[in-house]
Design a protein around this ligand. Structure first.
Ligand code: ADP
Ligand code: ZN
Length: 755
């Protein structure tokens, strides 16, 4: 028997192999096959059986490691769609849809680990009883109370990590008969114990009810856009939908969130309702752990997959619903081949499997909004916050400086007081002081990590740049060094300008580390937490910082865009944006949209409780429509103006777009390649005209060099999606890339950024 196998190689074709007779009946599409390929063994997936021979004498497969297909027929169809639409070989689309553990030769055995758990043996009801028992053992008491708060049972490892205690503390508790230590077999789910303290359940508001009811009448494959302002209770709508689909109708569901680590509260709420029916596909899972969850979903032991982008490939049968929370987030787009957008894959998968899709956001992408205004999606609205909460009042702090101040600064005439004032306006300083006095919490956003954006020579103006990337190095204080945020290159701070030997090197532009220091100087008693890439490298770091905020152990949470997502802390009554203008002028057609979304989302963290909230936005461009509309809570006004701005020249959603990027190790080689490709495309279009296609460029990418590779790009705009597919495929299959200077071509369809 002959089979057709898709291999994860950059070749737009599948390969035919022969299966020995003894194995022939076992071979089915969707199973893996180990095959010989150019003197190597490759792991591929069978995509067709009983294929006719393709002329050459087929080689024998080495092995068929599976007894069951790893890809269902539906999932295989989804991979075919990805391969077509994003113009990547089928084998590469398939590799993305499977857990990494399946790329190695044998499927790993499901690894069930044993772990030690502490279990409460004796309930200590009264405080007096506790005071007595733990009078000289405060650590034991802390352990006991933590255990109690998570339902009486928790892994020893977590207790020790959480409370920084040694095992002797636990032994002490065992000796007193308060707890027992047991071994337990676990399907590995390191986050399961977090959510044992169940959040309150609410009865739906009228608006939520209406959305829930409309969803209940949804047709198979229907897409809903849930446009709900921040704090309008979108999560409850998702949960009610899943309650019906999963618990009542016995189907399965997928919930996509931008990043699990940043949305522990949302995940906790799902877990509180659906308990062990949920597989949480966290990025901290090892390949083996991820595979365990994958198996549990495939075998129906778990029926809801919650995760970031790749959870859209959860191997669930009988899919009833897919939720894409914060659908506007750019993290749903994969940065390497296949450059898929999980929202689009969700819609295709749902249509194919008869599930319904809910896209939720307070600031939907322009693409989704246009579809909801037309007849593609059904629009659901939650126009107000739930309960007593109101949207916070947003004020602009105009930071345009009077000319004298700018000149003085240019001459270096500034003292320490000016420095604080440059970063934090009087208004914001007062507001922060006021919150500290009232023991309320504040969130401060500055979307730039590090200490200062760049270091510049005061004499010749030279800026320290990365040797590998065309990007300035960011000054970091702890530890002190210059770091490239693109390639992680780090070097010590110069004492002298490398160009003119000047001795005065100024730090320009502000980063979170610097703001943290200023705040600590100004408010020495305040408990400040900083959350950015540099403080969250550990597995548990995000959750730990957020838990501290939730427990009231932090007065001011300062951070990058990480802190703008989904956080729901009722005691946060002030949000300050240190510099709204970071990124607003990037040469990218989505720069304004991202700025508007970020400002709206971070503002949405304020005033979620009965005390209300206030938002201060510091900006030098108060008239920019992204700032103006965010301040006025005017999503539709923003969309109207932004849409206008994308007509001439046209950008999505007014046109379909692909960004073709050329890169290589030499500047000239890369530029030549881009030019040759453009000429090639123009010639093609002359020979076979494709109406509605425009080629723009080529030009160097805004970031001209990353990791020692030069970059050029050209844009293909199309009125019709199918034409774009046809042209892209024709180009990638036939345009010859010379084999020197490590030249490469990539095509990014529906790009989220053009940098
Ligand atoms: P969103 O995602 O729309 O910003 P959330 O789903 O995070 O909003 O909900 C905001 C807060 O409102 C949460 O603390 C949630 O528990 C609470 N909440 C949701 N629905 C209701 C309701 N019907 N009544 C009271 N509180 C609610
Ligand atoms: Zn670099």
């Amino acid at each position: 028997m002959l089979i057709s196998v898709a291999l994860p190689l950059p070749l737009f074709r599948n390969f035919t192999y022969e299966v020995p007779d003894a194995e022939a009946q076992r071979a089915r599409p969707g199973m893996r096959a180990v095959v010989p390929f150019r003197n190597r063994r490759e792991m591929g997936v069978i995509v067709g059986v009983d294929e006719p021979a393709d002329g050459v004498v087929p080689k024998l497969v080495h092995a068929l490691p599976d007894t069951e297909p790893v890809l269902s027929a539906d999932m295989l169809a989804l991979c075919r769609w990805m391969s077509e639409y994003y113009i990547v070989p089928l084998g590469i689309a398939i590799r993305t849809a499977l857990p990494a553990a399946l790329s190695s030769q044998a499927a790993p055995a499901p690894t069930q680990k044993k772990r030690r758990v502490a279990v409460v043996q004796r309930e200590l009801e009264s405080l007096a009883q506790r005071d007595k028992i733990f009078s000289r053992a405060p650590q034991q008491r802390a352990v006991y109370e933590l255990l109690e708060s998570v339902g009486g049972r928790a892994p020893v490892e977590h207790l020790m990590e959480k409370l920084s205690i040694s095992s002797s503390v636990l032994k002490g508790l065992v000796t007193r008969g308060v707890i027992a230590l047991e071994e337990e077999v676990v399907a590995r789910d390191p986050f399961a114990w977090r959510a044992l303290h169940a959040p309150a359940r609410h009865a739906p508001s009228a608006a939520q009810r209406e959305a829930i009811d409309t969803l209940a009448r949804g047709a198979a494959g229907e897409v809903f856009l849930l446009h709900g302002v921040t704090g309008s209770g979108k999560t409850l709508v998702y949960i009610e939908l899943l309650r019906r689909v999963v618990l009542e109708e016995g189907k399965t569901a997928i919930v996509l969130v931008p990043e699990i680590a940043l949305t522990p509260q949302t995940v906790d709420r799902f877990r509180a309702v659906f308990g062990d029916k949920i597989a949480v596909l966290h990025s901290a899972l090892s390949d083996g752990e991820r595979y365990d969850e994958w198996l549990a979903l495939r075998e129906g032991r778990k029926r809801i997959a919650v995760g970031a982008r790749s959870a859209i490939f959860a191997p669930l049968a009988d899919l009833g619903a897919i939720v894409v929370d914060e659908e506007h987030e750019s993290s749903y787009k994969q940065g390497e081949n296949p450059r898929y957008h999980a929202r689009e894959v969700a819609i295709v998968r749902a249509r194919q499997e008869g599930a319904l899709v809910v896209l939720g956001s307070a600031t939907p992408s322009l693409e989704s909004w246009v579809n909801a205004k037309g007849d593609k999606y059904t629009l659901l609205r939650l126009p107000e916050r739930v309960g007593e909460a109101r949207l916070p009042k947003i004020e602009v702090v105009d930071r345009r400086e009077p000319r004298e101040a700018t000149r003085a600064a240019a001459r270096g005439e500034r003292d320490a007081g000016d420095w604080l004032r440059l970063v934090i306006s009087e208004d914001l300083e007062d507001a922060l002081g006021d919150r500290l006095k009232k023991q309320e919490q504040s969130i401060l956003l500055l979307n730039r990590r590090g200490y200062s954006a760049f270091v510049q020579c005061a004499e010749c103006g030279e800026v320290a740049t990365c040797p590998n990337c065309s990007i300035s190095l960011t000054y970091h204080r702890t530890p002190e060094r210059l770091v490239c945020h693109y390639c992680q290159h780090a070097e010590p701070l110069h004492t002298q300008c490398p160009r003119c030997k000047g001795l005065v090197l100024r730090q320009r532009g502000l980063g979170t580390q610097q703001v943290e220091r200023l705040l600590a100087d100004r408010f020495p008693a305040a408990r400040i937490a900083r959350m950015d890439v540099d403080t969250t490298s550990g597995k548990w770091a995000h959750a730990e910082i957020l838990d501290r905020v939730g427990n009231g152990e932090v007065d001011i949470l300062l951070g990058t865009q990480m802190i703008a997502k989904g956080l729901d802390f009722p005691n946060v009554t002030l949000v300050g944006v240190i510099d709204a203008d970071v990124g607003i002028n990037l040469p990218d057609f989505r720069a304004s949209e991202r700025c508007f979304q970020l400002l709206s989302q971070v503002a949405g963290r304020a005033g979620r409780g009965p005390k209300g909230g206030r938002v201060l936005i510091q900006t030098k461009v108060p008239d920019h429509h992204a700032v103006r509309c965010a301040v006025a809570h005017d999503y539709e006004g923003f969309v109207r103006q932004e849409f206008e701005g994308r007509t001439v020249p046209s950008y999505p959603p007014n046109v379909r777009l692909a960004n073709i990027v050329f890169s290589g190790t030499t500047e000239a080689g890369t530029a030549d390649l881009a030019t040759a490709a453009t000429t090639w495309l123009h010639r093609l279009l002359r020979q076979r005209p494709m109406p509605g296609i425009t080629i723009v460029g080529p030009a160097p990418c805004p970031v001209e060099r990353i990791k020692n590779r030069w970059r050029w790009h050209l844009l293909v705009k199309a009125e019709n999606s199918a034409e774009l597919t046809r042209l892209g495929r024709y180009f990638l299959e036939r345009f010859k890339v010379p084999k020197d200077a490590e030249l490469r071509v990539t095509l990014d369809r529906d790009p989220v950024a053009l940098l």
